[in-house]
Design a protein around this ligand. Structure first.
Ligand code: TEU
Ligand code: CA
Length: 564
């Protein structure tokens, strides 16, 4: 097999210098009026993405799936979901992206498959089926109870009894998402094969869904009582995970010079370098959860403080160290909207705080990942009742917690309104047309009614929009190596409202100052720093003179300065 046939000539570690934009295809753009976003809809918006200036698209799953979890349950890894289009549509989309200089990474979901995948259909047929060991089967306890006390993230036990053979199979997520058995070398061969299939088409790499979970705990012992609330810290710590990833790196990722980003759910900041240290040969980078889960306890919303956010970012930078690399993100399809979460989505401050958060994400020493709609400052959805949610996670928790009387409905809804994944999954707001111009039909999930004010068409027209601020930040990052590679130093980690850090590469030095609040402040620069000029700010009207050491900061001001 010619492994290098379609290998693109990309420079080493090319993925450090890119800005990534995540597309959640179901909610991006519907080209045929069925209410569901699709691949032709994405192709139609590539000019928009090119104007924004991003380099890489991460496409959430586009594969054939019964959609128990919106495509994170794959039935056929080599087929496009019919609702999204055909393989010809995919090829055209990819060709058009690459003609515009945009690379594509796709979602590799191989901790589990759909229960409708042919591997699982075979596996469940009989105890001696050749594919039995593709999945994890165990006898129940003598009294018929599940093999151990593992919980599923979507409610209930992580084990499902299958009547055909009388054994249980393991599923960390929905019952329709059985976990693959990576102790079986045939599973590696199958996965490596499907990776080659997409790489040979010209895909540039993968985002890897819950990849630390692929190695299971030997003997699958019960979780201790204190582990039950956060099983991810056990599920992510199987003994073989690094060996599996090193093999994948050696056989697939390295020969194709592919970009890889692992979703490191349950991985601590101390463990992250094991995945990303280039000398070990595993992944390019990982998504850590320390920022997006700063104010979360499962579905519960808790409080966060600016010093805690700064500490998490500093530790992420330290964990990347000299030989690793990090990611920078505030939102994705599993989280509330960035501006509602970390900014201020009230009409007075939404735009300016969204721009401040963009400044933060795009000036870290890490590859920035923007989620669709971030560039417009899209907000959380005004959910009322449980019927407003589509997500399998909310529906499972509702059954397990509310219908059993463990948590009052009002309490659950108050938290989930702020934490639900559906906040980020409402359709893109393209224009002030009905349904935000996302579809001419009925959208699969309601469009946020604020599309009348917040939409791409209006922002493209307005040079001061959140969109154009993102565009300017991306362009600045591309032309400023210090903002990509420069050392990161938080110069005032304890300040409760100001976030100030320097980025230094040789004698180029930048200072980023963000006012995380609506109170204007005078800010004396610590440590004898003095300003040469303001390079980019978020329209807060800052006038600064050369040599200044005292700043007058407007509410939610975000400014990048060049230092003397
Ligand atoms: O999510 C991993 C994950 O476990 C959480 O982020 C998840 O969203 C949930 O909130 C945990 O309580 C990945 C995908 O990003 C997510 O969309 C999938 O549902 C999940 O894996 C299963 O494939
Ligand atoms: Ca469609």
């Amino acid at each position: 097999m010619s492994q290098t046939r379609a290998t693109p000539q990309r420079p080493t570690a090319w993925w450090k210098e890119v800005v990534v934009y995540q597309v959640y295809p179901r909610s991006f753009n519907d080209s045929n009026g069925d209410g569901i976003g699709d691949l032709n809809g994405i192709t139609a918006k590539l000019g928009y993405l090119q104007q924004l200036g991003i380099d890489v698209v991460w496409l959430s799953p586009h594969f054939d799936s019964p959609n128990a979890d919106n495509g994170y349950d794959i039935r056929n890894y080599r087929q496009v979901l019919a609702e999204f289009g055909t393989m010809a549509d995919f090829d055209r989309m990819l060709e058009d992206m690459r003609a515009r200089g945009i690379e594509l990474i796709i979602d590799l979901v191989v901790n589990h498959t759909s229960d409708e995948h042919v591997w699982f259909a075979d596996s469940r047929r009989s105890r001696d089926n050749p594919r039995r060991d593709y999945y994890i089967w165990r006898d129940g306890k003598p009294d018929g109870a599940p093999p151990n006390n593992y919980p599923s993230f979507f409610g209930g036990s992580a084990w499902q009894l299958d009547p055909t053979t009388g054994q249980y199979y393991l599923h960390y997520f929905d019952v329709k998402q059985p976990d693959l058995n990576w102790e079986n070398p045939q599973v590696h061969a199958e996965v490596f094969d499907l990776m080659r299939f997409w790489l040979d088409k010209g895909v540039a790499g993968f985002r890897m869904d819950v990849i630390p979970f692929i190695s299971k705990q030997p003997g699958l012992p019960d979780l201790a009582p204190d582990q039950l609330a956060h099983p991810e810290f056990v599920y992510s710590n199987g003994p073989q995970v690094h060996q599996y990833l090193q093999r994948m790196h050696h056989e697939i990722l390295d020969p194709y010079n592919a970009m890889s980003v692992g979703e490191a759910f349950g991985v601590t900041l101390e463990q992250a370098p094991l995945f990303t240290d280039a000398q070990r040969g595993e992944l390019s980078m990982v998504f850590q959860f320390d920022v997006v889960r700063l104010d979360r306890d499962n579905w519960r919303k808790t409080d966060w403080t600016l010093p805690a956010l700064k500490a998490a970012l500093a530790r992420i930078d330290q964990a990347a160290g000299l030989h690793g690399w990090a990611t920078s993100y505030l939102c994705n399809h599993d989280n509330p909207r960035a501006v509602s979460h970390f900014g201020d989505d009230s009409p007075a401050w939404r735009e300016r705080s969204a721009k401040a958060l963009a400044t933060l994400v795009l000036t870290q020493r890490a590859t920035p990942f923007l989620y669709q709609g971030d560039e417009l400052g899209m907000t959380n959805y005004p959910f009322q009742g449980v019927k407003d949610y589509d997500d399998v996670e909310v529906r499972g928790q509702w059954r397990q917690l509310v219908e059993t009387g463990r948590v009052p409905a009002a309490e659950y809804l108050e938290h989930v309104r702020q934490t639900s994944r559906d906040n980020a999954r409402t359709p893109m707001q393209w224009s002030a047309d009905p349904h935000g111009g996302f579809t001419t039909g009925q959208p699969w999930l309601a469009v946020n009614p604020n599309y009348v004010e917040i939409n791409a068409a209006a922002q493209l027209e307005d040079p001061d929009s959140v969109f154009h601020h993102h565009r300017r930040l991306i362009a600045l990052r591309h032309q400023t190596p210090a903002l990509v590679h420069g050392a990161y130093v938080d110069i005032d980690p304890k300040h409760e409202q100001i976030f100030a850090y320097t980025r230094t590469l040789a004698d180029e030095r930048y200072l980023v100052v963000l006012n995380f609040g609506t109170r204007p402040l005078e800010y004396a620069l610590p440590g004898g720093l003095s300003i040469e000029r303001a390079v980019l700010d978020n329209g807060s009207g800052d006038a600064v003179t050369a040599g200044a050491t005292l700043l007058t900061l407007a509410p939610w001001q975000a400014t990048i300065y060049k230092l003397d």
